[in-house]
Design a protein around this ligand. Sequence first.
Ligand code: ZN
Length: 200
Amino acid sequence: MKRRKQLTVRQQAQRLVVVAQRHGGIVPVVQAGDPVLRQVAEPWDGQLEADLLAELVEVMRTTMHDAPGVGLAAPQIGLPLAMAVMEDEGEPDAEDPRERYALPFRVVLNPVYEALGEETATYFEGCLSVEGYQAVVTRPHRVRLTATDERGRPVDEDFSGWPARIVQHETDHLNGQLYVDRADLRTLSSNHNLELSDEE
Ligand code: ZN
């Protein structure tokens, strides 16, 4: 049992902020096998005061950018709290079928999604906590996200294409799920091998 499990979410968040201050604003991303990735995150209930929450958001944003990634859930930095950040500049490319349009930076607390319609999308997906690999995952093409933002305002938004995949992936993290749980594992490929097979 790791010691951090005996600390409150607030104490753990304080520690992460201190660690980040000593490491250029970045904290380590935990990897598959760490139990924190497999537990249901504690719902946001105002555990962190506004200043600490703002500092934590900054740590998560900086860590996500550094990785680099387009989403980061709190359990991925070892914090079992139902919180995630997302941001994607998008890759507008007429030949890219993934509909990877820009997703402006956002923070979600207690996110929940539901599929809208029957349409699905099937693409390779990776995770900062399963370093070096990707696998094909079929997901709903369009989802409705409900959550609270960092200022306590309700979020109720529809997403499609690649942003919908990001929303689902990050929300799944908060339920102790990894993309490999939903993947066609026969497609599991190292990033290196995927690059070899990709003309780009
Ligand atoms: Zn992930």
